[in-house]
Design a protein around this ligand. Structure first.
Ligand SMILES: Cc1cc2nc3c(=O)[nH]c(=O)nc-3n(C[C@H](O)[C@H](O)[C@H](O)COP(=O)(O)OP(=O)(O)OC[C@H]3O[C@@H](n4cnc5c(N)ncnc54)[C@H](O)[C@@H]3O)c2cc1C
Length: 464
């Protein structure tokens, strides 16, 4: 009885503390948006460009002579023509710049960065045709929000909504599904406009509109940003629907076979694998009738603006989490990322990886393993763990290995076979010469994937 009283008191104490903190969040301090990745030291000249962690894999930032910020396609065309006439090298940068490798770095002393920061308009939502047309600097968050106003949704998308449309197409970004056209955003593109360098007689630029069925669309919809600047994109959407999510924890003995079955059986499945613990979490996630009760919201904790006390309170209390299954609308569940939402916080708050607060400094190595190689790849990792049981404990501190389903695509740089994408996140030292813990094992895994299994690295997460 006394125990019950104490735990009740404890519950109310934590609840009141939590509510107080949340109330303070609404009235008092700043949640800081991520810094601009482009910094110029003389107007828009003498610039550097970096990524969201403030550092590329070799711990450097890149230089560019100038940066430009077109807000319309007319301005973009004029920038492209002038730069082509002057034979300048150029690259496109986005508002948040999330890719790990140096895709955004232009080459040469006279190089130019074209930012899509102000190409951020939603051009049209066509409820009848179930399409949305957006400029390429629009974030996934904006896209989801605007589509939902017309009761439409993108069926599959990455889990982090800070990515831009141009960046997602640049790198072939994806969520997790083998259903419909698969989980890659580029496979839902029905029209794309791209501005590229042209000949003198073209006025030094080409403005191409590519539609579904054009072979060139298959080249342009995943391009690593080297074919020109994508100006605007039209995506095919679906009527809004509800999903039901639950998780099953088990050991990793049958992972090779179970992973294949799970993706076939559940539309939004994914797997989090903790190889050193020999455990897996299977995400069982499917559409349910819209009459199913539930208004679940994805507040993915690692992607929220975070201050210490809120972190602690959220861990202690299950107030907003009432148990599985979580049922809710697609636009509220697929992607998340509170830390790019301006607002008020109790303490100054940031994205967890923000370089201004010496935040998390991690790397995600991503590669896609074909179904035919999946079982032997998993078994090879399990054999390594038998030899060195603690080798992937470090990876588990970063939420283990995330395995997501990705289909074959018509995009030339997309997947040519159905497979599973492995994301391995781990701690990095700020010192580029400091060896990682169990570096040999991590490198062995990457070599097994790429050399023995013929895996493809994923665009924004190349190289360990
Ligand atoms: C926290 C976090 C979560 C992530 N989650 C996922 C996920 O769930 N799924 C996934 O697949 N990936 C994920 N990624 C990686 C991600 O795929 C890529 O890094 C991402 O697509 C980059 O998007 P961005 O808008 O930041 O583009 P950037 O990194 O700025 O640019 C990427 C490339 O696209 C080019 N580009 C950008 N815009 C244009 C344009 N308008 N025209 C032509 N080229 C252009 C750039 O030049 C560059 O080459 C994540 C990364 C982070 C840091």
């Amino acid at each position: 009885m006394a125990m019950m009283h104490v735990s009740k008191c404890c519950f109310w104490f934590v609840l009141i503390a939590y509510c107080l903190i949340q109330w303070c969040c609404t009235v008092s301090c700043e949640c800081f948006l991520p810094e601009e990745p482009i910094k110029c030291f003389s107007g828009n000249s003498n610039c550097t460009v970096t990524n969201s962690q403030g550092s590329f894999p070799d711990r450097s930032v890149c230089r560019a002579a100038d940066a430009v910020y077109p807000a319309t396609e007319v301005e973009l065309v004029s920038v492209m023509a002038a730069a082509t006439r002057n034979k300048r090298k150029m690259k496109v940068a986005t508002r948040y710049s999330h890719s790990f490798p140096k895709l955004v770095c232009p080459d040469g002393e006279d190089s130019l960065i074209i930012s899509t920061k102000y190409l951020n308009e939603v051009v049209k939502v066509d409820k009848q045709a179930k399409t949305i047309t957006v400029q390429s600097g629009v974030t996934l968050k904006q896209l989801i929000k605007e589509a939902a106003k017309a009761d439409l949704v993108l069926p599959h998308a990455p889990y982090w909504w800070g990515l831009t449309v141009g960046g997602m197409l640049g790198t072939g970004a994806h969520g997790s599904s083998w259903w419909l056209k698969g989980s890659a955003v580029h496979d839902y593109v029905v029209e794309l406009r791209i501005i590229s360098p042209g000949e003198v007689e073209d006025g030094y630029y080409k403005n191409r509109t590519l539609k579904e069925g054009d072979a060139d669309l298959d080249a342009a919809k995943v391009s690593l940003g080297v074919l020109g600047v994508i100006s605007q994109v039209t995506f095919k959407l679906e009527n809004i629907f509800k999903r039901s999510i639950t998780y099953k924890k088990t050991d990793d003995n049958g992972l090779g076979e179970d992973a294949l079955l799970l993706g076939k059986k559940h539309e939004f499945a994914d797997i989090t694998w903790y190889p050193s613990q020999r455990q897996v979490l299977y995400r069982i996630d499917d559409r349910v009738p819209s009459t199913s009760p539930g208004k679940g919201v994805n507040q993915n904790f690692p992607l929220r603006s975070t201050a210490g006390p809120v972190l602690a309170a959220n861990r202690k209390i299950g107030y907003f989490f009432t148990g599985y299954p979580i049922i809710g609308y697609q636009n509220q569940l697929q992607s998340a990322g509170g830390c790019i939402t301006p607002g008020k916080c109790l303490l100054p708050s940031y994205c967890p990886w923000d370089p201004r607060i010496n935040g998390q400094f991690f790397f995600i190595a991503g590669f896609n393993i074909k179904n035919s190689k999946l079982k032997s790849f998993i078994q090879d990792i399990q054999k390594l763990i038998k030899l060195e049981p603690k080798a992937l404990c470090g990876v588990e501190l970063y939420n283990g290995i995330l395995m997501r389903y990705v289909s074959a695509s018509t995009a030339y740089l997309g997947n040519d076979e159905v497979g599973i994408d492995f994301d391995i996140a781990y701690y990095r030292s700020k010192d580029p010469l400091a060896p990682r813990m169990f570096e040999d094992i991590l490198e062995e895994i990457e070599q097994m994937a790429v050399i023995s299994m013929g895996a493809r690295h994923t665009g924004g997460r190349i190289g360990m």
